[in-house]
Design a protein around this ligand. Structure first.
Ligand code: PGA
Length: 251
């Protein structure tokens, strides 16, 4: 049976206090029994957002964590602190962090372990650059990232997000066949790393320029279990339209 889809919004470095109203509008607009919905606001808003939606069917996640639980790490936030603030999940290995913070697969793997230690679900991002796709290496690159970004030991709940770097914030999206091929290949890679049963129940989201206009077509692609949405998650109406497009996609 296909898992319940997850539509997660990555607010990146957007969001001041007044924007909590947008999160509450999203929570109020969700219908029971629909896809799972989550917003990952900047860390400064997590606690207020989690309190604001506590009785509503919207989950709150974070965008990164440190690998250690506590210590002398100026400016960093641990997975335990995010859980304490009310986060249920954490995006890890986003290409923006891999590129501008030099995060290697090894660093991401340690963070995945930290998320599990703190009871958070990691949303692990992998994806190729335009050059890697042009060279025919898209699946090799993404599957290698996936294998390298999972800790050698330990296990917990996992969500994978296939996010081609060239599709993020560009308005460009792979073809449905390309997305289907990548999701099938990543699920095979998961089965080889872990076990077939776990691979079958792990949700693999597509991310990169998901908008209300293309969400239904993306939701219909075999092997797509939800979406990781950047820009279009900032406005309640757009995000809710994307959630609605995934309603029934599990059937
Ligand atoms: P986008 O971002 O939807 O704005 O392309 C997606 C992401 O970076 O997760």
């Amino acid at each position: 049976m296909a898992p319940i889809p997850l539509v997660a919004g990555n607010w990146k470095m957007h969001g001041l206090g007044p924007d909590l109203a947008e999160i509450e509008a999203i929570a109020a607009g969700l219908t029971e029994g629909g896809p799972e919905a989550m917003i990952c606001p900047p860390a400064t808003l997590i606690q207020q957002a989690a309190l604001g939606v506590a009785a509503l069917p919207l989950k709150i996640g974070a965008q990164d964590c440190h690998a250690e639980a506590k210590g002398a790490h100026t400016g960093d936030i641990s997975a335990e602190m995010l859980a304490d603030a009310g986060a249920e999940a954490v995006i890890l290995g986003h290409s923006e962090r891999r590129q501008s913070h030099g995060e290697t697969d090894g660093i991401v793997a340690a963070k995945v372990g930290a998320a599990w230690r703190a009871g958070l679900t990691p949303i692990l991002c992998v994806g190729e650059t335009a050059e890697e796709r042009a060279a025919g290496r898209a699946l090799t690159v993404a599957a290698t990232q996936l294998a390298g970004s999972l800790p050698g030991s330990g296990a917990g709940p996992l969500v994978v997000a296939y996010e081609p770097v060239w599709a993020i914030g560009t308005g460009r999206v792979p073809t449905p066949d390309e997305i289907a091929e990548m999701h099938a290949g990543l699920r095979d890679a998961l089965a080889q790393i872990g076990d077939v049963e776990r691979a079958a129940r792990t949700r693999i989201l597509y991310g990169g320029s998901v908008k209300p206009a293309n969400a239904a077509a993306i939701a219909a692609i075999p092997g797509v279990d939800g979406a990781l949405v950047g820009g279009a998650s900032l406005a309640a109406a757009d995000f809710l339209a994307i959630v609605a497009a995934f309603d029934g996609a599990a059937a």
